[in-house]
Design a protein around this ligand. Structure first.
Ligand code: ADP
Length: 218
Protein backbone atom coordinates (compact mmCIF):
# COMPACT_ATOMS: atom_id res chain seq x y z
CA UNK A 1 0.00 0.00 0.00
CA UNK A 2 1.25 3.50 -0.81
CA UNK A 3 2.04 5.79 2.10
CA UNK A 4 0.56 9.17 2.95
CA UNK A 5 2.82 12.21 3.12
CA UNK A 6 2.25 15.76 4.29
CA UNK A 7 4.70 18.29 2.86
CA UNK A 8 4.81 21.56 4.76
CA UNK A 9 6.55 24.54 3.18
CA UNK A 10 6.62 24.59 -0.60
CA UNK A 11 9.80 26.44 -1.53
CA UNK A 12 12.18 24.86 -4.04
CA UNK A 13 12.96 21.90 -1.78
CA UNK A 14 9.47 21.21 -0.41
CA UNK A 15 7.71 21.55 -3.76
CA UNK A 16 10.27 19.21 -5.39
CA UNK A 17 9.72 16.58 -2.66
CA UNK A 18 5.96 17.02 -3.05
CA UNK A 19 5.93 16.60 -6.83
CA UNK A 20 8.30 13.63 -6.80
CA UNK A 21 6.31 11.79 -4.10
CA UNK A 22 3.08 12.43 -5.98
CA UNK A 23 4.51 11.16 -9.26
CA UNK A 24 5.70 8.05 -7.46
CA UNK A 25 2.02 7.37 -6.79
CA UNK A 26 1.70 8.50 -3.18
CA UNK A 27 -1.01 10.46 -1.45
CA UNK A 28 0.50 13.90 -0.80
CA UNK A 29 -1.01 16.74 1.18
CA UNK A 30 0.80 20.02 0.37
CA UNK A 31 0.70 22.97 2.74
CA UNK A 32 2.13 26.47 2.57
CA UNK A 33 1.25 29.81 4.09
CA UNK A 34 1.67 31.43 0.68
CA UNK A 35 -1.21 31.04 -1.76
CA UNK A 36 0.98 31.36 -4.84
CA UNK A 37 3.20 28.45 -3.72
CA UNK A 38 0.13 26.32 -3.04
CA UNK A 39 -1.23 27.06 -6.51
CA UNK A 40 2.08 25.94 -8.02
CA UNK A 41 1.70 22.35 -6.74
CA UNK A 42 -2.08 22.09 -7.23
CA UNK A 43 -1.70 19.64 -10.14
CA UNK A 44 1.16 17.77 -8.55
CA UNK A 45 -0.32 16.81 -5.18
CA UNK A 46 -3.40 14.98 -3.94
CA UNK A 47 -4.57 18.04 -2.04
CA UNK A 48 -2.90 21.44 -1.70
CA UNK A 49 -4.02 24.05 0.78
CA UNK A 50 -3.06 27.34 2.40
CA UNK A 51 -2.41 26.94 6.12
CA UNK A 52 -0.06 28.17 8.79
CA UNK A 53 2.04 25.24 9.97
CA UNK A 54 2.41 26.77 13.43
CA UNK A 55 -1.37 26.69 13.93
CA UNK A 56 -2.15 23.42 15.72
CA UNK A 57 -5.90 23.62 15.06
CA UNK A 58 -5.33 24.13 11.35
CA UNK A 59 -3.06 21.07 11.21
CA UNK A 60 -5.53 19.02 13.22
CA UNK A 61 -8.40 19.93 10.94
CA UNK A 62 -6.31 18.70 7.98
CA UNK A 63 -6.02 15.30 9.68
CA UNK A 64 -2.22 15.39 9.66
CA UNK A 65 -1.93 12.91 12.49
CA UNK A 66 -3.18 10.20 10.13
CA UNK A 67 -0.20 10.66 7.82
CA UNK A 68 2.76 8.28 7.98
CA UNK A 69 5.25 11.01 7.20
CA UNK A 70 5.48 14.77 7.42
CA UNK A 71 8.24 16.75 5.71
CA UNK A 72 8.81 20.22 7.14
CA UNK A 73 10.61 22.45 4.70
CA UNK A 74 10.36 25.89 6.18
CA UNK A 75 13.97 26.83 5.79
CA UNK A 76 14.28 30.54 5.87
CA UNK A 77 12.88 31.03 9.36
CA UNK A 78 13.91 28.76 12.20
CA UNK A 79 11.08 29.54 14.60
CA UNK A 80 8.08 28.34 12.52
CA UNK A 81 10.04 25.25 11.48
CA UNK A 82 10.67 24.34 15.13
CA UNK A 83 7.14 25.10 16.24
CA UNK A 84 5.64 23.10 13.42
CA UNK A 85 7.91 20.12 14.14
CA UNK A 86 6.98 20.24 17.81
CA UNK A 87 3.26 20.28 17.00
CA UNK A 88 3.59 17.38 14.55
CA UNK A 89 5.49 15.25 17.08
CA UNK A 90 3.00 16.10 19.84
CA UNK A 91 0.15 15.14 17.52
CA UNK A 92 1.80 11.75 17.14
CA UNK A 93 3.08 11.86 13.55
CA UNK A 94 5.57 8.98 13.56
CA UNK A 95 8.07 10.21 10.99
CA UNK A 96 8.82 13.89 10.85
CA UNK A 97 11.62 14.86 8.47
CA UNK A 98 12.79 18.45 8.69
CA UNK A 99 15.01 20.61 6.54
CA UNK A 100 17.56 22.42 8.73
CA UNK A 101 19.09 25.76 8.00
CA UNK A 102 22.20 25.52 10.17
CA UNK A 103 23.79 23.65 13.09
CA UNK A 104 21.84 25.53 15.76
CA UNK A 105 18.60 24.70 14.00
CA UNK A 106 19.78 21.06 13.69
CA UNK A 107 20.49 20.78 17.42
CA UNK A 108 17.09 22.13 18.41
CA UNK A 109 15.31 19.83 15.94
CA UNK A 110 17.20 16.88 17.38
CA UNK A 111 16.12 17.81 20.91
CA UNK A 112 12.44 18.10 20.04
CA UNK A 113 12.37 14.70 18.35
CA UNK A 114 12.67 15.30 14.59
CA UNK A 115 13.16 11.85 13.08
CA UNK A 116 15.44 12.92 10.27
CA UNK A 117 17.15 16.25 9.81
CA UNK A 118 18.04 17.16 6.26
CA UNK A 119 20.77 19.51 5.04
CA UNK A 120 20.05 19.40 1.30
CA UNK A 121 23.01 21.43 0.12
CA UNK A 122 25.56 19.60 2.27
CA UNK A 123 24.09 16.20 1.41
CA UNK A 124 24.16 16.90 -2.32
CA UNK A 125 27.64 18.42 -1.96
CA UNK A 126 28.94 15.18 -0.43
CA UNK A 127 27.27 13.11 -3.13
CA UNK A 128 28.65 15.25 -5.95
CA UNK A 129 32.16 15.21 -4.46
CA UNK A 130 32.06 11.41 -4.27
CA UNK A 131 30.91 11.16 -7.86
CA UNK A 132 33.66 13.53 -8.96
CA UNK A 133 36.31 11.79 -6.88
CA UNK A 134 35.69 8.51 -8.62
CA UNK A 135 34.98 8.10 -12.28
CA UNK A 136 33.50 4.72 -11.40
CA UNK A 137 30.88 5.83 -8.88
CA UNK A 138 27.60 6.79 -10.52
CA UNK A 139 25.51 7.29 -7.39
CA UNK A 140 25.95 7.45 -3.65
CA UNK A 141 23.61 7.13 -0.67
CA UNK A 142 24.86 7.84 2.82
CA UNK A 143 23.17 5.46 5.29
CA UNK A 144 25.04 6.78 8.32
CA UNK A 145 28.37 8.41 9.09
CA UNK A 146 30.13 5.09 8.44
CA UNK A 147 27.95 3.16 6.00
CA UNK A 148 26.90 3.90 2.45
CA UNK A 149 25.44 2.38 -0.68
CA UNK A 150 27.22 3.19 -3.93
CA UNK A 151 26.65 2.42 -7.57
CA UNK A 152 29.78 1.42 -9.47
CA UNK A 153 30.41 0.63 -13.10
CA UNK A 154 31.93 -2.83 -13.56
CA UNK A 155 35.28 -2.68 -15.36
CA UNK A 156 37.31 -5.31 -17.17
CA UNK A 157 38.84 -6.43 -13.88
CA UNK A 158 35.59 -8.08 -12.73
CA UNK A 159 34.07 -8.81 -16.10
CA UNK A 160 33.04 -12.39 -16.94
CA UNK A 161 33.57 -13.50 -13.35
CA UNK A 162 30.97 -14.89 -10.95
CA UNK A 163 30.20 -13.38 -7.55
CA UNK A 164 31.46 -16.49 -5.79
CA UNK A 165 34.69 -16.28 -7.75
CA UNK A 166 35.17 -12.61 -6.91
CA UNK A 167 34.36 -13.24 -3.22
CA UNK A 168 33.80 -9.54 -2.62
CA UNK A 169 32.35 -9.88 0.87
CA UNK A 170 35.32 -11.83 2.20
CA UNK A 171 37.94 -9.76 0.40
CA UNK A 172 36.46 -6.28 0.81
CA UNK A 173 33.69 -6.56 3.42
CA UNK A 174 31.17 -5.16 0.93
CA UNK A 175 27.84 -6.63 -0.16
CA UNK A 176 26.56 -6.55 -3.74
CA UNK A 177 22.88 -5.72 -3.27
CA UNK A 178 21.92 -5.66 -6.93
CA UNK A 179 23.29 -5.69 -10.47
CA UNK A 180 21.80 -3.47 -13.15
CA UNK A 181 22.29 -4.35 -16.80
CA UNK A 182 20.63 -1.82 -19.12
CA UNK A 183 16.91 -1.92 -18.20
CA UNK A 184 17.13 -5.09 -16.08
CA UNK A 185 17.87 -5.12 -12.38
CA UNK A 186 18.87 -8.31 -10.63
CA UNK A 187 17.84 -7.57 -7.05
CA UNK A 188 18.93 -10.86 -5.50
CA UNK A 189 22.22 -11.80 -7.12
CA UNK A 190 23.15 -15.49 -6.80
CA UNK A 191 26.72 -16.71 -6.15
CA UNK A 192 27.08 -18.00 -9.71
CA UNK A 193 25.72 -14.86 -11.40
CA UNK A 194 28.28 -13.45 -13.84
CA UNK A 195 29.24 -9.78 -13.97
CA UNK A 196 29.76 -8.19 -17.37
CA UNK A 197 31.73 -5.07 -18.25
CA UNK A 198 29.48 -2.00 -17.98
CA UNK A 199 27.11 -3.58 -15.42
CA UNK A 200 26.14 -1.24 -12.60
CA UNK A 201 26.91 -2.79 -9.22
CA UNK A 202 24.91 -1.54 -6.25
CA UNK A 203 27.18 -2.11 -3.27
CA UNK A 204 26.71 -1.57 0.46
CA UNK A 205 29.41 -1.38 3.09
CA UNK A 206 31.59 0.63 5.41
CA UNK A 207 32.92 3.71 3.61
CA UNK A 208 36.51 2.51 4.09
CA UNK A 209 35.70 -0.88 2.57
CA UNK A 210 33.79 0.70 -0.29
CA UNK A 211 36.76 2.92 -1.07
CA UNK A 212 39.06 -0.12 -1.03
CA UNK A 213 36.68 -2.06 -3.28
CA UNK A 214 36.38 0.84 -5.69
CA UNK A 215 40.15 1.28 -5.89
CA UNK A 216 41.32 -2.32 -5.89
CA UNK A 217 38.32 -4.55 -6.51
CA UNK A 218 36.44 -3.26 -9.49
P1 ADP B 1 13.72 26.73 -0.43
O1 ADP B 1 14.97 27.21 0.23
O2 ADP B 1 13.59 25.23 -0.48
O3 ADP B 1 13.33 27.39 -1.72
P2 ADP B 1 12.34 27.98 1.74
O4 ADP B 1 12.84 27.21 2.89
O5 ADP B 1 12.76 29.37 1.52
O6 ADP B 1 12.54 27.12 0.47
O7 ADP B 1 10.74 27.94 1.69
C1 ADP B 1 9.99 27.96 2.80
C2 ADP B 1 8.53 27.83 2.44
O8 ADP B 1 7.83 27.71 3.66
C3 ADP B 1 7.98 29.05 1.69
O9 ADP B 1 7.21 28.62 0.60
C4 ADP B 1 7.11 29.73 2.76
O10 ADP B 1 5.96 30.36 2.19
C5 ADP B 1 6.70 28.55 3.64
N1 ADP B 1 6.36 28.94 5.01
C6 ADP B 1 7.00 29.84 5.80
N2 ADP B 1 6.40 29.92 7.00
C7 ADP B 1 5.36 29.04 6.98
C8 ADP B 1 4.36 28.66 7.92
N3 ADP B 1 4.30 29.18 9.16
N4 ADP B 1 3.45 27.72 7.54
C9 ADP B 1 3.50 27.16 6.31
N5 ADP B 1 4.41 27.50 5.38
C10 ADP B 1 5.34 28.42 5.70
Amino acid sequence: MKKGFAVIGLGTFGSTVCKELYHLGNEVLAIDIDEENVREVMNNSSYATVANATDQEALESLGIKNFDYAVVSIGEKIQPSILSTLILKEMGVKNVWVKAKNEKHHKILEKIGADRIIHPEQEIGIRVANQLDSGKITDYIELSKDYSIIELVATKRVSNRSLVNLDIRAKFGCTILAIRREENVNISPMPDDIILIGDILIVMGHVKNLKRFEEKGV
